[in-house]
Design a protein around this ligand. Structure first.
Ligand code: NAD
Ligand code: UGA
Length: 465
């Protein structure tokens, strides 16, 4: 079997960094180099102060500290790393297109194509190219075509190895993966050898029965499908949360009751202000686009519904704040607890918080945010990205503070946007005492003890209750 001694990973982001750190920690005999075109990101991965790593994940610091500069390296020298590696992971971003054909729907594959062309330019020996990024089904064909036309007599094997980690639990997800999926060309000895070479890396710490082998297209499509199914569960329970609010049913009780059926299962049934994150929306939009391109309009419509319900849920939460505050939030201070798209991450991509903020800023509210891991600069970048109003207006109307009690002081309402554990343990009496009355709490994550807060005097609104 082909033995891998050097790995290159292109893209040092939320996936490339943690994934390679775990591979390096589990495979000390393999040199793993993570490269990126962003020198600031690489400098932060190399920082002596482990609190400055560009990605916050519980357990990541320890894994990086153990392997960095032993067999884990972060570098901006993309070409050198490609040249020396036998296996190259493509872990670059694949955002939704913001221009041209498929704008707002299709995945933008320009970074992936650039990687493929760079590998084709630089390589002088056989390479195994691994798609780690989430890609539309049949992208491997594009990569293969670029390689086959690079005019070199080199054997390139393309594998699909999508990543299933979730942010906030990335290290645990990688160390105890439910499964690893490897798609490749099983019809040739070289294809099978490449699949085995990749499998042998994961077999350093996962049992072989966790490694699933499929053809390339099944692997690529499974990743989009997995995210679509997960997001669909969240939208399903969120749709029911609206019905609960009108019928005195309690969505957490409904979720508990249906989740006890082993055919349904209990995970991903937590009603919320809406799902965020860099991938659910992007991947479903991509799925919808692929279906439409292939004339499967009914299938496209079905999955579009998952996004529509999510947008509805975010809007519904924001509208509830306005109607509860006597139909106006103009000039009122609203405190946000949380900005990240979920707890235990500093990632804010597509966070529900920015859409709720955007809605309230349209109503000319003043927002003060406390999030333990997100900076004010990042919050304003998120809002400015929506391009709803002038940037100067966003920075005049939204501020972030480092103390939750200060965020809530003199506020008319507190809105909980992220389920950070620390919010549950706050001194809510103190928060109440310092707020304007009536003091409202809008719990977009159903994490506070509503009964206790009501006894203090708060007017509490939760999702689906
Ligand atoms: P990211 O934006 O955090 O990181 C991507 C990195 O790639 C950036 O640092 C960027 O500078 C770099 N890059 C882009 N083009 C490059 C090039 N040509 N050469 C070198 N570096 C380049 O993205 P991410 O969250 O890590 O996601 C990467 C992929 O993994 C996406 O396809 C995403 O859908 C998928 N994915 C993400 C997650 C997640 O939790 N974030 C989980 C599973 C899968
Ligand atoms: C998700 C998938 O869970 C990963 O398997 C996948 O690899 C990843 O997308 C990806 O491809 O990027 P992630 O977005 O990091 O991971 O986080 P999730 O835990 O899935 O949460 C996504 C969003 O749904 C969050 O906003 C979360 O708060 C929300 N959510 C999740 C709910 O509102 N309710 C739930 O029950 C679960």
């Amino acid at each position: 079997m082909k033995k891998i001694s050097k790995i290159c990973c292109i893209g040092a982001g939320y996936v490339g960094g943690p994934t390679m750190a775990v591979i390096a920690s589990k495979c000390p005999e393999i040199k793993v180099t993570v490269v990126d075109v962003n020198p600031e990101r690489i400098a932060r991965w190399n920082s002596d102060n482990l609190d400055e790593l560009p990605v916050y994940e519980p357990g990541l610091k320890e894994v990086v500290a153990g392997a960095r500069n032993r067999n884990l390296f972060f570098s901006t020298d993309v070409e050198q790393s490609i040249r020396e590696a036998e296996m190259i992971f493509i872990s670059v971003n694949t955002p939704t297109k913001t221009y041209g054909k498929g704008k707002g729907m299709a995945a933008d594959l320009k970074y992936v194509e650039l990687c493929a062309r760079q590998i084709a330019d630089v390589a002088t020996e056989d390479k195994i190219i691994v798609e780690k990024s989430t890609l539309p089904v049949r992208t491997a064909q594009t990569i293969r075509t670029i390689m086959e036309n690079c005019g070199k007599h080199i054997n390139f094997q393309i594998l699909s190895n999508p990543e299933f980690l979730a942010e906030g639990t990335a290290i645990a997800d990688l160390q105890n993966a439910d499964r690893v999926l490897i798609g490749g060309d099983r019809s040739t000895p070289e294809g099978r050898e490449a699949i085995d070479a990749l499998a042998s890396i994961y077999e350093h710490w996962l049992s072989p029965d966790k490694i699933l082998r499929t053809n390339l297209w099944s692997s690529e499509l499974s990743k989009l499908t997995a995210n679509a199914f997960l997001a669909q569960r969240v939208s399903s329970i969120n749709s029911i949360s609206a019905l609960c609010e009108m019928t005195e049913a309690d969505v957490d009780e409904v979720a508990g009751a249906i989740g006890a059926d082993s055919r349904i299962g209990s995970k991903f049934l937590k009603a919320s202000v809406g799902f965020g994150g860099s991938c659910f929306q992007k991947d479903i939009l991509n799925l919808v686009y692929i279906c439409k391109s292939l004339g499967l309009n009914d299938v496209a419509e079905y999955w579009q519904g998952v996004i529509d319900i999510n947008n509805y849920q975010k809007r519904r939460f924001a509208e509830k704040i306005v109607t509860s505050l006597f139909n106006t939030v103009a000039g009122k201070k609203i405190a946000f607890l949380g900005w990240a798209f979920k707890k235990d991450t500093n990632d804010t991509r597509e966070t529900a918080a920015m859409y709720v903020a955007d809605y309230l800023l349209d109503e000319t509210a003043n927002i003060t945010v406390y999030d333990p891991k997100v900076t004010q600069t990042q919050m304003l970048t998120d809002l400015n990205y929506l391009a709803t109003r002038e940037e100067s207006k966003n920075s005049a109307m939204l501020h972030s503070v480092k103390d939750p009690y200060e965020a809530c002081k003199d506020a008319h309402a507190v809105a909980i946007l992220t389920e950070w554990d620390e919010f549950k343990g706050y001194d809510w009496q103190k928060i109440y005492d310092n707020m304007k009355k009536p003091a409202f709490v809008f719990d977009g994550r159903n994490i506070v003890d509503a009964e206790k807060l009501r006894n203090i005097g708060f007017k509490v609104s939760q999702i689906g209750k």
